[in-house]
Design a protein around this ligand. Structure first.
Ligand code: GRF
Length: 213
């Protein structure tokens, strides 16, 4: 399977994918921001890293057209959004529908959008987490592939909670891309995702145990 990864910043999810020994040819990493740290990480790992700076385009349509042109040069089977912080136009998403995936730092459908950890703390939820999903034109609502949950602790800050979630992001994104590469994912007619041959080891749900008595 051939993949192109889109980033906007740090690129730790991208790095986890590139280092996971997946049966994937990573043809390129593309950032919409020239200063994205992940570009350097990709280059150091020997992956072609390209900038398509969204500020150089007058509108979303033209940025997305340039982005699609660069992606299509590599003819990837999948497009992997890894901390890519631009909303994509419907036309762009439809072009790759069924082969474009994203990681979101919350247990969707809770907390779509930005600042998920802050909002989780404000809401007082006791369980938080992350979701890998297929991308559809409406933001953060596409078919869910895998989720991981973590506890929210009393003394959590945005930073401590996001670090706990990020560890799980790296794990489940790797798993999801492996499933895709192995052809194990199918989107059913009702929009839910079936995984074939799931090993029991992948379950990440953390259910707090009651106090021992
Ligand atoms: C991650 O939390 C991802 O879920 C969110 O943005 C963050 C990107 O982190 N969309 P990184 O660039 O992968 O380190």
């Amino acid at each position: 399977m051939k993949a192109v990864v889109l980033i906007s910043g740090r690129g730790s999810n991208m790095e986890a994918l590139l280092k996971a020994g997946l049966p994937v040819e990573f043809a390129a990493v593309i950032s919409n921001k020239p200063e994205a740290y992940g570009l350097e990480v990709a280059r150091q790992l020997g992956i072609k890293a390209v900038v398509i700076d969204h500020r150089q385009f007058p509108d979303r349509e033209q940025f997305d057209a340039a982005l699609a042109a660069e992606i299509d040069r590599h003819a990837p089977d999948v497009v992997i959004l890894a901390g890519f912080m631009r909303v994509l136009t419907d036309g762009f998403v439809r072009r790759y529908q069924g082969r474009i995936i994203n990681i979101h730092p919350a247990l969707l459908p809770s907390f779509p959008g930005l600042h998920t950890h802050r909002r989780a703390l404000e809401a007082g939820v006791k369980v938080h987490g992350c979701t890998v999903h297929f991308v559809t034109p409406e933001v953060d609502v596409g078919p869910i592939i895998i989720q991981a949950a973590v506890p929210v602790l009393d003394d959590d800050t945005e930073a401590s909670l996001s670090a706990r979630v990020l560890e799980q992001e790296h794990r489940i994104y790797t798993q999801a891309v492996r499933w895709l590469a192995e052809g194990r994912l199918m989107i059913r007619a009702d929009g839910s995702v079936t995984v074939f041959d799931v090993s029991r080891q992948i379950a990440a749900l953390i259910s707090p145990q009651p106090d021992a008595r």
